[in-house]
Design a protein around this ligand. Structure first.
Ligand code: PLP
Length: 356
């Protein structure tokens, strides 16, 4: 199959193989015990599922998203997959599912890569191989409650560069009318229900030409998530001594209702390396006025700089310039340099795959 790498968007392209691994469990003394089968590759992209499976009836499912990059040296690098394994385990425990062990998760990702090498985009196309690990409850059950059987599925698909026309800005609109997740709910887990719950807000924002900035469900005063990405802000304080560098602060929300982004975690490390002060705390929407730069961050885009945020409820528009700011650009390049092998990976974030 010939793929036109330049024309790929963030869409599904059918890979040669997906990977599947089943878990067979039983409830014993209130706990779940069971075993995982070995992951295997199949070219059948459909699954046979009982109509009463707990994933269909009660949303007992979790997913992940991570990427493999073809580097400048021709080698393939998978970025921080162990963190995705850990996050899927957290999501699984939250929904009373069997957490896939890290070793099994890694084995399945590597198998997905090796069976679909022709789908790893070449360096300099800006495209990557995206993996969508999916964990579903497969036990037939109509009485409300968790199942005991699960399946881990890895769906690999090549995706195009997030920025078709180069690194550029997006605009957001503040939402106080739909809650994506409850304060003590499932917002910090990557489970399908959070996304379905957010669609009516994100689609309404899209119709107006914006992405959706979610506020905290309790007070609607604080910034939670940027659509399906974390929020970051850059604050600069003028230096006290004339001529010296300003103090630059990387700010990101602390909230129990947002997904702990692996990209955000990586950017915080890189920001500290660059001498920035990194602060995680609750951020009021009106503090946007104090920020020099604002952005969304996540696996898909790395950093998506924000040019403006509309707060229609308060008749306010916050603007950050219509080009990506200096600090967002610097951090974007720092992270992409590691992912594409253009600089030393001093934190050991990439698993380099040989003989590919
Ligand atoms: C709701 C939400 N927040 C944040 C992120 C960013 O997380 P990551 O950087 O791990 O992709 C994602 C994407 O996975 C997401 O779906």
């Amino acid at each position: 199959m010939t793929i036109n790498w330049q024309s790929l968007g963030f869409h599904y392209t059918e890979p040669d193989y997906i990977i599947r691994a089943a878990y067979h469990g039983k409830w014993q003394n209130g706990g779940l015990v069971g075993t995982w089968d070995e992951p295997y590759a199949t070219d059948d992209k459909t699954i046979r599922l009982h109509v009463s499976a707990t994933c269909l009836q009660y949303g007992q499912e979790a997913f992940e998203g991570l990427k493999a990059f073809r580097g400048i040296d021709g080698k393939i690098r998978i970025f921080r997959w162990q963190e995705n394994a850990k996050r899927m385990q957290h999501s699984a425990r939250a929904l009373k599912m069997a957490p896939p062990p890290t070793e099994l998760f890694g084995k399945a990702i590597l198998l997905a890569l090796r069976k679909n090498l022709a789908f790893v985009p070449p360096y300099e196309t800006g495209a990557t191989l995206y993996f969508r690990p999916l964990l579903i409850g497969t036990t037939p059950r109509l009485g409300v409650g968790p199942g005991r059987d699960f399946e881990l599925i890895i769906i690999p698909t090549p995706i195009g560069p997030y920025y078709e026309k180069g690194f550029s800005c997006t605009s957001f609109i503040v939402n106080r009318h739909v809650d994506r997740a409850a304060p003590l709910g499932t917002g910090q887990y990557k489970v399908g229900g959070n996304y379905a719950a957010s669609f009516r807000a994100t689609e309404a924002a899209h119709l107006q030409g914006f992405d959706c900035l979610f506020t905290d469900a309790k007070t609607h005063k604080y910034i939670d998530e940027c659509s399906a990405a974390n929020f970051i802000g850059i604050r600069c304080q003028e230096a006290e001594v004339n001529g010296s560098e300003p103090m630059v602060e990387y700010l990101t929300p602390r909230s129990r209702a947002i997904l702990p982004s692996i990209t955000n975690d990586s950017l915080m490390t890189l920001a500290r390396d660059r001498g920035m002060k990194v602060t995680r705390r609750r951020i009021r929407v009106d503090e946007l006025s104090q920020l020099k730069e604002a952005a969304a961050c996540g696996t898909a885009c790395v950093i998506s700089p924000i040019d403006k945020v509309i707060d229609a409820d308060k008749n306010t528009i916050y603007t950050f310039g219509n080009k990506p700011g200096k600090y967002c650009t610097m951090l974007y390049n720092d992270l992409q340099d590691i992912q594409y092998g253009r600089t030393e990976d001093k934190y050991g974030w990439c698993e380099v795959i040989d003989n590919c």
